[in-house]
Design a protein around this ligand. Structure first.
Ligand code: NAD
Ligand code: TYD
Length: 350
């Protein structure tokens, strides 16, 4: 019996990861550790929370003693570390929280694993989930590979880059068995509507302006979130200790083209004449330090571990739109409370 600690399991990718592991490995014990920030929501896991091999612990990775106790009480064999502050715009308005959680929180987990495992590393793994944003910004051509030099440019990406370096330091210095993966932008259900795709869907539904930063020419490489979970599973079980794997969808989109495609799907789904939603597009002041382009070469993961994304983008995007339309209650719940305050603060002065 393996006991796997998934941190940040109540968030967007984490909840898909928890669900994926529970469904695929009924003989594993899955512990979801999450402090339930604005981005964490146990509603994301309603369909699996009754499984006998699942448990939830509310704890903050910034609390070193609490984290050590979780490792010691539950005899953790494997960690899939996703807990983080994850939104670039919030990292621009409030960087300090990102330094605490993403850097110090990761070190607390590394220390707890090391002290609990006491140099007996057989069958143990600390898997750190990171982002392609650590590599910086590309021009019109080229792809990030695992050997691209780090060049983070936002407080978010700098905090993730820092955590990646610390994870590697624990591997080289203390021999802690680690693996890191760096993934491109994810999309799918249960994503908090501060990120581009769910925010645009939410705004179209409510006839609100669709804020496009700058000219909308920035490019992101989009991957369906369940494909990210399947890649993590493959790497967790088959990857080499000490290695890094890039994960991407080979699916580059300019923001403006992606938003127009979403407008088209939404017009169709809402029975509105084609072109209705596009009228809501509003160009707003650009994000400070906005990275122009991210694009991932995931050749190593494909050739060495045989992973491939399963969904075409058009199918994934339609599935995603349908999910948000079918889960109105979820969307209403996560946008109650402080969401409007956040939205006004972030967008009213743009
Ligand atoms: P998210 O913001 O949706 O979820 C983060 C989760 O971490 C939430 O449940 C939150 O409650 C929890 N959390 C935050 N601070 C915590 C703390 N101090 N202690 C315990 N739990 C805490 O994020 P996401 O988009 O699901 O991203 C998950 C991970 O994947 C992050 O590490 C992120 O850097 C990485 N990543 C995200 C993307 C993406 O496109 N979203 C792409 C590549 C990598
Ligand atoms: P986002 O979903 O925040 O992911 P990231 O910044 O981590 O890539 O943003 C995706 C792209 O969309 C990015 O280039 C910024 C842009 N964007 C907008 O144009 N308008 C918005 O309201 C948001 C949230 C993002």
């Amino acid at each position: 019996m393996k006991t796997i600690l998934i941190t940040g399991g109540a968030g967007f990718i984490g909840s898909h990861m928890v669900r994926f592991m529970l469904n695929k490995y009924p003989d594993y014990r899955i512990i979801n550790l999450d402090s339930l920030t604005y981005a964490g929501n146990l509603e994301n896991l309603r369909d699996v929370e009754d499984k006998l091999n699942y448990s939830f612990i509310k704890a903050d990775i910034n609390d070193a003693d609490a984290i050590q106790k979780v490792f010691d009480d539950h005899d953790i064999n494997g960690v899939i570390h996703l807990a983080a502050e994850s939104h670039v715009d919030r990292s621009i308005s409030n960087p300090t929280e990102f330094i605490h959680t993403n850097i110090v929180g990761t070190v607390n987990l590394l220390n707890a694993a090391r002290h609990h495992w006491k140099d007996n590393y057989e069958g143990r793994l600390f898997y750190h989930v990171s982002t392609d944003e650590v590599y910086g910004s590309l021009g019109d051509t080229g792809l990030f590979t695992e050997t691209t030099a780090y060049d983070p440019r936002s407080p978010y990406s700098a905090s993730k880059a820092s955590s990646d370096h610390l994870v590697r330091a624990w591997y080289h210095t203390f021999k802690l068995p680690v693996i890191i993966s760096n993934c491109s932008n994810n999309y799918g259900g249960y994503q908090f509507p501060e990120k581009l795709i769910p925010l645009i869907i939410y705004n179209i539904k409510h006839n609100k302006p669709l804020p496009i930063y700058g000219k909308g020419e920035n490019v992101r490489d989009w991957l369906y979130v369940v494909d990210h979970a399947s890649a993590i599973d493959r790497i967790f079980h088959k990857g080499c200790i000490g290695e890094t794997y890039n994960i991407g969808g080979n699916n580059e989109w300019k923001n403006i083209d992606l938003v127009k495609l979403l407008c088209k799907i939404m017009d169709d789904r809402l029975g509105r004449p084609e072109g209705t939603s596009e009228k809501l597009i509003t160009f707003v002041t650009d994000r400070a330090g906005h990275d122009l382009r991210y694009a991932i070469d995931s050749g190593k993961l494909q050739s060495e571990l045989g992973w491939e994304p399963s969904l075409e983008f058009s199918e994934g995007l339609e599935k995603t739109v349908d999910w948000y339309l079918a889960n109105e209650e979820w969307l209403n719940n996560v946008t109650s409370g402080d969401y409007q305050k956040y939205y006004d603060k972030m967008y009213s002065s743009r």
